[in-house]
Design a protein around this ligand. Sequence first.
Ligand SMILES: Cc1ncc(COP(=O)(O)O)c(C=O)c1O
Length: 368
Amino acid sequence: MSNAEKNPKGVQPRRAVLQMPEYHPPLAGRDGLRLDFNENTWAPAPAVAECLRQIDAVGLTKYPEREPVERVVAAHFNLAPTEVLLTNGVDEAIHIVCETFLEPEDEALIAVPTFFMYEVYVAATGARVQHVQADASLQFPVENFLAAIHARTKLICIASPNNPTGAVVAKKDLLRIAQAAPQAVVLIDEAYYHFYGETMMDEIRAQKNIVIARTFSKAYGLAGLRIGLLVADEGLMRHVRKMSSPYNLNAIALECLQVALADPDNYIDWYAQQVRECRTLLEKSLDAIGVRWWPSQANFVLMQIGPLHKEFVQAMRRRGVLVRDRSSDPGCDGNVRITIGPMEHTQQGIAALQESLKEIGWRRPDGN
Ligand SMILES: Cc1ncc(COP(=O)(O)O)c(C=O)c1O
């Protein structure tokens, strides 16, 4: 018998991997003004640029040491080192949390639309994802979500502010959810914290099933370095840490992170303030044009463009401005998301938006 006859399908992955959804973000050809992935559109702090200039190649011969930097991070956030874990972006943080807590017979609960990677990493464990759909307001569906929690719910993922809607969940509602599911880990993704200002970090000791994720990809402008942070009570964190490679953050990321946190220029505050001001400017401009938008506490706004959403995204691209079509997200038909940067970038984005709508013959929903 030939080898092909003995094993006609070739090597097969686990069943869960065969069934996993794939995520291919449209990252190719991103020359232009990047208002499509909610990154910082400007630059990291000048102190980080200086740090990069100082890094010497000989240092790269050494394995990265994460623990001393975790002590610095813990002190920065007024936490114990046992309560933090640095990760290779929030993406890895989600992966680690799923691998730590989910058995194939468990369920994870998410409200949609939301960040897609929860679904991917839950599916990789073989566990089932249960969805709660937001209504047309695209606000977080608190009551329906609470009603969907049951005994097999082992993980709950909530982004607040949420992507792609920008909606937030009030602290009291997050606590209600965590208290209603003592058997579950509640991952609260605060990737967009800096543009909002409310955190659950101070609740981790009282509410021991909460895990907070933060990223350095957004306000800090370090998406290319891949730095994320998990924060939880040390009882939970002991298990989570076991799932992580000790070398998951590279040495350059660890160097730059310390500088970004210690930044004497308060660059983060400047950037977040610019985004807040520009969010208001964008909202006013959309009102003036007659484009419907959803209230956002993040560095982006979701807009209702309608049936011409594809033409709109292409017309923006012709003007050198990238925006993200979210029309295929559940409940988001015709919606496009635009990232907000500092004033110069926002003004450029608004000008391109006005011209693009005109070019494609877009009409206000009321026909005016
Ligand atoms: C809600 C949310 N969480 C996490 C991430 C990814 O963060 P990171 O770059 O740290 O992996 C994103 C990126 O778009 C996001 O929107």
